[in-house]
Design a protein around this ligand. Structure first.
Ligand SMILES: Cc1cc2nc3c(=O)[nH]c(=O)nc-3n(C[C@H](O)[C@H](O)[C@H](O)COP(=O)(O)OP(=O)(O)OC[C@H]3O[C@@H](n4cnc5c(N)ncnc54)[C@H](O)[C@@H]3O)c2cc1C
Length: 212
């Protein structure tokens, strides 16, 4: 059973039954141990569940952090928020290494954060043709290491080796050889209603436009 703290409040400060219910449903999707709620200082001040903020910006008010481990869990989580009844925004990050640019913090208060670092599969790779299908939690260190000794090399950034290939490309990152967005051929996207689509170029075996 998941017990949610009383301090889970809606965007207007009152205890929000819809938000509590959705976070409880989210815990059923990913497992209770993969949902983190805000803590509290002895004086009642909220403690962010996002951990240290390297960028030293003000910590945003976050209702919880949910850590899915598969694309299907992401789809089900997004669908839980689709009717807007919680009023909470969803903020996703891949590995959260956005140091200097906000770390893991959402841009505004009142978000539920999706930490996608647990989606760390390299689903497919073709070194000869020069493509890989990677999930958000795949780091540049992991992909670069996999390519070591082959005729290919990754267009790495000078940020941490533990940052995300996908997250950096989505945030208009800059690689040593060219813009990371130039490496991006296709995307699997969960739309706000939970529908999942694939856009852009995909290898033949995965060329499905609509997944659910
Ligand atoms: C010393 C130093 C050097 C750096 N050098 C570089 C560099 O050479 N090039 C460069 O580009 N940056 C650089 N950076 C900035 C930063 O560290 C990198 O951009 C890093 O890759 C971002 O972290 P991340 O990959 O974990 O992205 P994340 O923190 O996971 O994502 C960044 C943002 O993109 C969005 N996002 C990420 N994934 C998703 C998703 N799956 N769905 C929806 N939205 C998503 C979110 O808004 C998120 O906040 C540097 C930073 C430092 C401190």
């Amino acid at each position: 059973m998941t017990v949610l703290p009383e301090s889970v409040t809606g965007p207007h400060g009152s205890t929000d039954a819809a938000l509590r219910a959705v976070l409880a449903d989210a815990a059923r999707v990913v497992g209770a141990d993969r949902v983190t709620h805000p803590g509290e200082e002895p004086d009642g001040a909220p403690v962010t569940p996002l951990g240290p903020n390297v960028s030293l910006y003000r910590s945003r008010t976050v209702h919880g952090v949910v850590r899915p481990q598969s694309a299907d869990e992401v789809r089900r989580l997004v669908a839980l928020f689709a009717d807007g009844s919680t009023g909470a925004r969803l903020h996703a990050f891949s590995t959260g290494g956005n140091w200097g640019l906000g770390s893991r913090e959402p841009a505004a208060d009142g978000a539920v954060v999706l930490d996608l670092s647990g989606l760390d599969q390299i689903r497919d790779i073709d070194v000869a043709q020069g493509w890989a299908v990677v999930e958000p939690g795949v780091t540049q260190a992991r992909l670069a290491t996999l390519l070591a000794g082959t005729e290919r090399m990754l267009n790495v950034t000078v940020s941490s080796a533990h940052t995300s290939v996908v997250g950096n490309a989505l945030d208009r990152g800059v690689g040593l050889r060219h813009q990371r967005v130039d490496d991006l051929m296709g995307l699997e996207v969960v739309l706000p209603d939970g529908e999942t689509v694939r856009v852009g170029w995909w290898p033949e075996a995965l060329r499905v436009v609509r997944l659910n």
